[in-house]
Design a binder for this molecule. Structure first.
Ligand code: NAP
Length: 323
């Protein structure tokens, strides 16, 4: 199995990780099943060092508890690579009302709560999920670096930050990874002037694309805007609704054409495109289904040609904003 080094952490991980969010949060609640989700996480643990991505906000602790249960069931607390996040507070789970809290007190408290839910002594990679505009980043990052000194966390990451924010944090404590949305329909992190992926490559940090499958859209699985149940984030998302949905199908068509050349799935092509953006890139596609995890992990072996990449890069830009 090929691996990629996760920034400066010394950890070698499968090139494709597993995003656990959808098992607890965000999409199609009627399709969530904890027992199947546990099987998916265990499948990832058996596939080698697959980066598991969770956060305390996903289901307000439910997702970390699920990951913790899978680690305990598999007896794999010590060799799993687990990333979680702090800094987003769930004010109301039913309506998914969120706020930010990057205060040192909140960070210390939530780290202890995450360790407990995950059932581990140390978190491999701990992200600040969002910068809190009410708290200077250096203050939040300082509190996070104290957690490293205390042995509760191994490495630190940031999510959805600018190059300037990453550089400011890096001066206080090394940034091991940055996580931002990157996929064929969200390419801003690759901007040569401002993109965060380039900053990561230049500073030895890993870049972790989230939603690399365009929240499922790029897999070609969805054909109509009303494919999403009430409460699913996509049911009201600008890219998945109305005329934007139809316009965006042209992106999926481009992915499908390349997939046909390789006898691969569209999901695999979408992931291989993110992997082709640099050796420092480790995407975390989300799934709660065993067959999709198998499909996604196999994308690491798919080699896109220069012509494939050119065709994919030439796919139309997305219609509609990300949120
Ligand atoms: N830092 C942040 O702010 C942030 C924000 C969003 C997400 N994330 C992280 O990134 C991870 C991935 O993002 P995401 O889950 O939002 O979006 P995603 O990975 O782009 O897409 C997930 C969707 O794709 C479907 N899918 C996965 N593999 C498939 C395959 N091979 N064939 C067909 N369909 C497939 C899933 O279906 P099923 O659910 O049916 O399996 C799900 O509906 C999350 O789990 C989370 O850990 C981080």
């Amino acid at each position: 199995m090929s691996t990629r080094s996760l920034g400066p952490t010394g950890l070698d991980v499968h090139p494709v990780g597993l995003g656990c969010m959808g098992m607890s949060w965000g999409y199609a609640e009627s399709q969530r099943d904890d027992e199947v989700s546990l099987a998916v996480i265990r499948q990832a643990l058996d596939a080698g060092p697959v980066l598991l991505d969770t956060a305390d906000a996903y289901g307000d602790g439910h997702n970390e508890t699920l990951v913790g249960r899978a680690l305990a069931l598999a007896g794999r607390r010590h060799d799993a690579v687990v990333a979680t996040k702090t800094g987003i507070v769930v004010d109301d789970l039913a309506t998914r009302t969120l706020s930010r809290d990057g205060s040192p007190e909140h960070i210390r408290r939530s780290a202890d709560a995450s360790l407990k839910r995950l059932g581990v002594d140390v978190i491999d990679l701990y992200y600040l999920h969002r910068v809190d505009p009410a708290v200077p980043l250096q203050e939040s990052w300082g509190a996070l670096s104290e957690l490293v000194r205390a042995g509760k966390v191994r490495h630190l990451g940031l999510s959805e930050v600018t190059r300037e924010q990453a550089a400011a944090a890096h001066r206080v404590h090394p940034v091991a990874a940055v996580q931002s949305e990157l996929s064929l329909w969200t390419r801003e992190p690759l901007d040569p002037g401002t993109g965060i992926s380039g900053w990561c490559a230049a500073h030895g940090a890993a870049f972790v694309p989230f939603a690399p499958l365009g929240r499922g859209f790029l897999t070609g699985r969805y054909t109509r805007p009303d494919d999403f149940e009430a409460g699913d984030f996509r049911a009201t998302n600008p890219r998945f609704t109305g005329a934007a949905f139809t316009a965006n199908l042209r992106i999926t068509d481009a992915v499908r054409k390349v997939a046909a050349r390789h006898d691969a799935t569209a999901a695999q092509v979408a992931l291989a495109w993110t992997l082709a953006q640099g050796g420092h890139v480790v995407p975390v596609p989300g799934t709660k289904q065993p067959r999709y995890l198998t499909d996604n992990l196999a994308a690491a072996a798919l080699r896109l040609t220069a012509a494939d990449l050119s065709d994919l890069d030439g796919a139309p830009a997305a219609t509609g904003s990300r949120y």
